[in-house]
Design a binder for this molecule. Sequence first.
Ligand code: GRF
Length: 217
Amino acid sequence: MSNRIRVGILISGRGSNLQALIDACSVAEYPAEIAVVVSNVADVAGLERAERAGIPAHAVAHGTYASRESFEEAVDALLGAAEVRLVCLAGFMRVLSDAFVEKWRGRLVNIHPSLLPAFKGLNVHRRVLQSGARISGCSVHFVVPELDSGPIIAQAAVPVLPGDTEDALAARTLASEHKLYPLALRLLAEGRVVLDGERAVYRQVQNAAGELFSPGL
Ligand code: GRF
């Protein structure tokens, strides 16, 4: 039986980060596999990407549920049935309840298109351009109840170039996200980074020569 970590991915749309994770997981030595993809919006491109890759894909349309709790129960049931151990939010546009976040504490991560803690929330690239910042980027972080505020696992910097438009900066950042998320998921799946209280902590690991070191990015 495979000892790869079983991962569930929650999406709401296009799914380009999902695709980056699908591609990473298609390499035999990658330590994670995608067991299920769930979208809170039906008929999105991300679900098609999952189906094309032969991954079980489900739409759980939040609008058809009476409450946030019943919607999340349906999502959680799919994750449980797929024996998922780690959940990645990849463009998932619903705020999750404290109860769901607590249940998955330390096993629930998100990608955000800024260098957190700067520029939390929506319309990131517009606000980056308005701010005059010369460097932007993306972050993968553990999810906590407060939006875009959990301990940071990994980040990549992206330059803001003269004459940038929102779309140009978004595209440059997205290309960076597609490298960062597979890297962060690898670290998580290998147990090289864990949530310890309020911090993401890198564990020392042994290299082939038996030496202890802390893996960097
Ligand atoms: C990405 O920019 C991600 O950082 C943000 O939402 C966007 C999702 O894009 N959370 P995609 O669906 O992965 O293409």
